[in-house]
Design a protein around this ligand. Structure first.
Ligand code: GLN
Length: 280
């Protein structure tokens, strides 16, 4: 029987040849998933032999990975802000850049406050569930237009035992919601400009839901609709945080400065505009 090391080297080479992102990490995450182990524990005993069943399962998942399927969909989960989230092809895989929203909330809000959050376009529920976990006296409403996404988000709320403080609603953006009851609105809406579609990796483009990524030619259709619904509807002092594309900072200032007290654009760790912080 080959060792873990031999199997990993084989798959790292095959994945590299097929041009997928992070071939080594992909091979390690898939094998750890098959073995039911943490990746680092698996690597501590890298000379342990692997059995036939494991080789066959690695073959099946490795081939799908070679085809560009994201690792998170293959293993059914993704880590976000230190929490584990179920994910599947019906929801966007949580991105590390979205963690910036939670960093900002923790920097500016009292973790013991009784806050009402709204997460619009919740997807896997990563933001909604993390908020419920980080702000233990808060309540969260999580909205998505996709029933499939809401199913995943509910499963994540149950997994993290915060289902009593989150209500899930199906709807298009803010339709039929009482906006003035919320202290904080979080929005990681689709924002990728259709004009930049060709620059996305094939893994994203061929496997993640386009409805969660694109929003018109300049990517701002959803945020324009959101601004329209929020006009004169937010409680004074309420906060809106929107994740954006690096090209959209000025356009977001234009969009919200007429309807809010203050709009600021924050940068991500790569130094690019990523977050619009709007105070009403
Ligand atoms: N950040 C994601 C990407 O670049 C897009 C997320 C979104 O549209 N909300 O793939």
């Amino acid at each position: 029987m080959p060792s873990r090391k031999t199997l990993l080297e084989h798959w790292e080479r095959s994945l590299q040849q097929s041009g997928v992102d992070s071939p080594r990490l992909s091979a390690q995450v898939l094998l750890a998933h098959i073995l039911g182990m943490q990746r680092l524990d698996m690597l501590l005993d890298v000379n342990t032999p692997v059995d036939e069943h494991c080789i066959l399962r690695m073959d099946a998942l490795g081939r799908r990975r070679m085809n560009g399927e994201p690792v998170a969909y293959l293993v059914g989960e993704k880590e976000f802000y230190g929490f584990t989230f179920y994910v599947g092809p019906g929801v966007l895989i949580p991105r590390p850049e979205t963690e910036l929203i939670l960093d900002h909330l923790l920097e500016t809000l009292d973790p013991d406050a009784c806050l009402q959050f709204l997460d619009v376009g919740t997807g896997s529920g990563a933001l909604a569930v993390s908020c419920a976990n980080l702000f233990l006296h808060s309540r969260v409403a999580a909205v998505d237009i996709s029933l499939e996404a809401l199913k995943v988000a509910r499963k994540n709320a149950l997994f993290h035992n915060v289902q009593d403080r989150i209500v899930f609603l199906q709807g298009d953006l803010l339709e039929s919601l009482r906006i003035d009851s919320f202290d904080v609105v979080l929005a990681n809406l689709p924002y990728v400009p259709l004009t930049t579609k060709e620059t996305l990796s094939r893994e994203v483009l061929c496997h993640e839901p386009h409805g969660a990524l694109f929003s018109g030619l300049d990517g701002l259709d959803c945020y324009r609709a959101l601004a329209h619904s929020l006009y004169e509807a937010m409680k004074p002092g309420a906060l809106l945080l929107c994740e954006i594309d690096h090209s959209q900072g000025l356009a977001m200032i234009d969009l919200f400065s007429g309807i809010a007290q203050n709009v600021r654009i924050l940068k991500d760790y790569a130094g690019r505009d990523r977050l619009a912080v709007v105070v009403f």
